[in-house]
Each structure stands twice: as C-alpha cells, then as structure tokens.
Write a protein of this length. Structure first.
Length: 258
C-alpha cells in the first residue's frame, strides 16, 4: 500500500503542477454549468407558464426537466475530457524513458498501475464533486428535494467515467506517444458508444441484445432514471477490472521485454 501511495502522490502532483488537471476540470465544470443553467431557466419558465393550469403543473418534474438532460449530456463531456487525463499515464513514461527508471524501483507492476489509475480516478471524482452545488441550488429553487434519482445519477456517471478512464489507461499502456494514445482513446470510446446503436429490430433480436449489453453508455441510462440495477453495476465493475488487468499484463510484458 505504501508504494501505491507514493505512485499516487507522484501522479497527483504532476496533474496539479501542470495545466492538465486545471484545463480538464475548468472545461468540464464550465460546460456542466452552462447546461445546468440553461435547463434550470427553461424549467423555471415552463413552470411559470404551467402554473396557469394545475393539471399540467402536476406533470412538471425537476428531475426530468433539469437533471436527466444534464446528466445525459455528461457522457458526451466525459468523452471529450477523459482521454486527455489518461493519455500520459504510461505513454509519456515510455517516450521519455522514465518507465525504465520506474522499473528499477522496488515496486511491483500492480502497484504502479493502481497508483496511476487511482490518481486519474481522483480527477474524475473531483470533476463530479465540483458539480454538487447544482442540486442544492435546484432544490432550493424548486422548494423540494429528490436526492434518490440525483445520487443514483451521480453513481452511474462516476462508474461510466471510471470505465472511460480505465479503457484510456489500457490504451496509454499500449502506446508510446500521447497523441496516438488520445486519438485511439477517442476512437475506442466512440466505438463502445456507437455499438449501442446496433440494437436494431431488423438486425435480429439476439445480436441486438448482445450489442446493447456491450454499450458503455447504455448501462448508465437506468442510473439516470433513479434505478440502481446490479446488472449495470456488475457491467461497469467487470469492464473496469478487465481494462486495469489488461494494463497490468501489458506493463509486465514491457518489463520482461526490457
């Protein structure tokens, strides 16, 4: 654990002593803030109009009107900002040759991978943490609170973000150039996103179901509705574990090849 902590501190220090973390966090929070403000204003105007008709007013819902659209858009924001977080973890170490120096330390490969991975996960956690004031503002504005669907949505977004990140870590471990790593990461994430579109009634029920289950985005939808399904949690946990495990195998093969 001590070695993991040392690797973790080393990576966190890099993130926050270079523009990487600040640029990613600012872009994420700025886009989130804009989307939240736009949806809240739209909800406010719609609520005012519907007050004239009590029947329609009963159908106005803060979660559906504000949080669901914003949370759904975060998957696109994550697609933009997470590859820059993961691209350097191993690709830069290989390019500069510091990976060889790291191998000379009394530290195991699993500790290297976990330390780097946890540091990157921390950035994802911080990005989501900075959006927490939004629900408080919205609930104060609406005069009510429905934390269940909001917390469920945050859980789903965190798992999806870490899944994105874990795939990026694997690609970084396979690459020796940050630019190549980020381009392949974008392509791979888009592939796992678009695969859900293969669910077509004309393509055959079984293959459509298989493609749907493989989609990273598809498994977050239930969370955004306030539904915590063990099937979706299991998918993300297995996906994350598989990507981290493969990253470890790639690093071990690099050590043995020399």
């Amino acid at each position: 654990m001590r070695n993991i902590g040392e690797i973790y501190k080393r990576e966190i220090k890099f993130y926050f002593t270079t523009p990487v973390a600040y640029v990613v966090i600012v872009i994420f929070t700025a886009i989130f803030g804009f989307l939240f403000y736009r949806n809240l204003i739209f909800y406010s105007n719609l609520s005012y109009q519907m007050m004239q008709n009590p029947y329609y007013a009963r159908n106005i819902d803060l979660i559906v009107g504000v949080f669901s659209p914003v949370f759904s858009s975060i998957s696109i924001i994550f697609l933009m900002v997470i590859p820059p977080i993961s691209m350097r973890l191993f690709a830069e170490e290989k390019k500069t040759g510091t990976i060889e120096l790291l191998f000379t330390y009394p530290v195991r490969d699993v500790e290297i991978v976990m330390g780097k991975w946890l540091a990157a996960v921390t950035i994802v956690f911080v990005m989501l943490l900075l959006t927490i004031p939004a629900p408080f503002l919205a609930f104060k504005f609406a005069g009510s609170s429905e934390w269940g669907p909001v917390l469920s949505g945050y859980l789903g977004l965190f798992l999806m973000g870490v899944a994105f990140l874990s795939l990026g870590v694997l690609i970084s471990a396979l690459s020796e150039n940050q630019i190549v790593a980020i381009i392949i990461s974008y392509g791979a994430l888009l592939g796992f996103w678009f695969i859900g579109w293969a669910v077509d009634p004309h393509s055959g029920k079984q293959i459509g179901k298989i493609f749907g289950e493989l989609s990273i985005i598809g498994h977050v939808n239930d969370f955004l509705k306030g539904l915590i399904d063990t099937k979706n949690i299991t998918y993300y946990v297995l996906f994350i574990f598989t990507m981290v495990f493969l990253s470890l195998r790639v690093l071990e093969s690099k050590r043995w090849r020399g």
